[in-house]
Design a protein around this ligand. Structure first.
Ligand code: HGY
Ligand code: MN
Ligand code: MN
Length: 416
């Protein structure tokens, strides 16, 4: 394990970039709304391209809009060590989810530049398109096309709530590059990210050594009753889709909550016709189920279908669940995990091993190349919330572990 090198993370420089990026899509609640392929995302990308240039990185964009900043190595033919994350956010996002991984990576490059360090392997900093899946489903869409099961055409055809497609919006913001620019070779991939949960903070631990990404299932659930007049329709004769949905949400939570490793969320619910004097005829909602164990995830889905059937018969409605995205639980590469752990120890930081409850592009990259992640604590375990907070010190510690991990993987070129 390398001892810390002359290369040094500049905590103020990293924080200043994080706060500058946080101005792009800033919300009145102090958070960030930078939905994928919106004007705010374009502005963030343009700013990142500027910062890539200032760091001496050569920029390229692939046909999914993924942005790569490349730093030459002593061995131009060696596969690059790749590190980064995403700049898109959920509508009430925070300033650190994704941005810390991209800007922490830029800071690593500046630290190497300042110290005049050259690596044997080339380095590539990446900004993945549409990690969140908030505007265009599924999540991790772009890395899912490159390394996962998602067909390119399906990605381009993904529509947002207003009916605009991913492909149209990628063209509109001017970030549809070439397939020839896709990441094709990679010695290893690293992603620095805020934990987005309470584990590190509660344990008073500085660094999370991430062992893998939990499995995720996204379904659409349709509840069909019968629209009726809110006045004359007797209560006993109603087939009220919203009442059925309300019962279903609670029963799903109890059914899945009984399975220890499972977390279940109904995040979106649309009532139809959503009118003050009409008994709701239909409800459409989303179901997000996660577990680090695929068998628990399957058990939760079976329990969910049982509950859907019970509500359908009890409330005289039709309930249909259709899964539209599945990301299996994915372990990271043992060698990368060990190097991250060694880097944290080399800095004298306290560290703990854990699994990522959130999805990350590192999951799909890990399906193809050796990958790992570094977590830093989230205040109150909060994320996907405008009050998301990670301290400047924790951000800098994460970037230092990223720097040392990248250097170990890319090897310092001592011939220079
Ligand atoms: O859904 C997720 O876990 C990620 O934030 N896209
Ligand atoms: Mn993220
Ligand atoms: Mn997120």
């Amino acid at each position: 394990m390398l001892t810390p090198l002359p290369a040094r993370i500049d905590a103020d420089r990293l924080w200043s970039r994080l706060m500058t990026m946080a101005e792009v899509g800033k919300t009145t609640g102090g958070g960030v709304c930078r939905l994928a392929l919106t004007d705010e995302d374009r502005a963030a990308r343009d700013l990142l391209a500027e910062w890539f240039g200032a760091a001496g990185l050569s920029v390229r964009v692939d046909d999914l809009g993924n942005m790569y900043g490349r730093r030459a190595g002593a061995d131009p033919d060696a596969p690059p060590v790749v590190f980064g994350s995403h700049l898109d956010t959920v509508p009430t996002g925070g300033r650190f989810d994704g941005a810390l991984g991209v800007l922490g990576a830029v800071e690593v490059v500046h630290a190497l530049n300042d110290a005049g360090c050259r690596t044997r392997a080339p380095l590539e900093v990446v900004n993945w398109t549409n990690e969140e899946g908030a505007r265009f489903q599924p999540a991790m869409l772009a890395s899912g096309v490159l390394f996962g099961p998602l067909p390119l055409e399906a990605a381009y055809a993904a529509r947002d709530a207003s009916g605009r497609t991913f492909g149209e919006e990628l063209d509109r913001i001017g970030y549809r590059g070439s397939a020839a620019n896709r990441l094709a070779r990679c010695a290893a991939y690293l992603e620095l990210h805020v934990e987005q949960g309470p584990v590190l903070e509660r344990a008073g631990t500085q660094i999370g050594v991430v062992e893998g990404v939990e499995g995720i299932s996204w379904s659409r659930v349709q509840i069909l009753g019968r629209a009726a007049h809110a006045g004359p329709t007797p209560m006993a004769e109603r087939r009220d889709a919203l009442v059925a949905a309300a019962r279903l949400v609670l029963l799903l939570r109890d059914a899945a909550g009984a399975l220890g490793t499972v977390r279940l969320t109904v995040g979106r619910l649309d009532v139809l016709p959503n009118t003050v004097n009409v008994v709701p005829g239909a409800v459409e909602m989303t179901l997000d189920i996660r577990s680090r164990r695929d068998d628990d995830l399957e058990a939760a889905l079976r329990a969910a279908d049982r509950v859907c059937g019970d509500v359908a018969s009890a409330d005289d409605v039709t309930v249909r669940r259709a899964e539209f995205w599945r990301s299996p639980a994915t372990p990271f590469a043992g060698r990368v995990i060990a190097i991250v752990a060694g880097a944290a120890a080399g800095r004298g930081y306290t560290a703990a091993r854990l699994w990522a409850g959130a999805g990350h592009d590192a999951k799909y990259v890990a399906d193809r190349f050796p990958a790992g992640m570094i977590f830093v604590p989230s205040a109150g375990g909060l994320s996907h919330n405008e009050e998301e907070w990670t301290s400047p010190e924790d951000c800098a510690r994460g970037a230092a572990v990223l720097l040392d991990t990248v250097l170990t993987l890319a090897e310092l070129d001592r011939t220079a």
